[in-house]
Ligand binder design. Sequence first.
Ligand SMILES: O=C[C@H](O)[C@H](O)[C@H](O)COP(=O)(O)O
Length: 219
Amino acid sequence: MSNQDQMKKAAAEAALEYVEDGMVVGIGTGSTANHFIDLLAKMKGRIDGTVASSEASAERLRGHGIPVLDLNAVGPIPLYVDGADEATRHLHLIKGGGGALTREKIVAAASERFVCIADDSKLVNVLGTFPLPVEVIPMARSHVGRAMLKLGGQPELRHGFTTDNGNLILDVFNLDMTDPVALETEINQIAGVVTVGIFARRPADVLILGGKDGVKTLT
Ligand SMILES: O=C[C@H](O)[C@H](O)[C@H](O)COP(=O)(O)O
């Protein structure tokens, strides 16, 4: 396992402390969330089940024999654990590098506590070095692309990729993200945008970062 992977795993392990008996746990997507899923398998008898943010995570959970529930069949979720592509000290995030941003944003919104897990290379002062994923309805691809250009961004279609919802992803470079709450709101309002990968209106509640000197927690 690479050093970076060990740091991701350490962050995932620390997040297990937030899991309580009888909980339904929201589960994110990606390599860090996969560590969390694998670790959660050891305590699967103690939780009531999970809500998955992607088909890939649902499949991995079921592979461990962990029940995956329909979000419509559960009430508010007490805990959501997921990774991020970038995170700030304000716990604002960029997500969607794996294309799962829409379901991630839904599960995060339905959750009382969002614990974000990452290796510490993801911590930045200002979001935006990582290109911003935007999920778009296919017929709106060009329209949304032009809107991104007007905002000062450089959109690139993620070729050959379709989301779990049957949509496309535009990865947008060079956007000014000094005010991520305002930018999230603005992009959300463009017709044809399903979800923007800025998680600032609903930031994480806890950020656990794995580093070479151990795990640090920001709240
Ligand atoms: O769509 C994917 C998710 O937002 C992931 O949480 C994000 O891309 C981070 O993934 P990883 O844990 O593999 O770095």
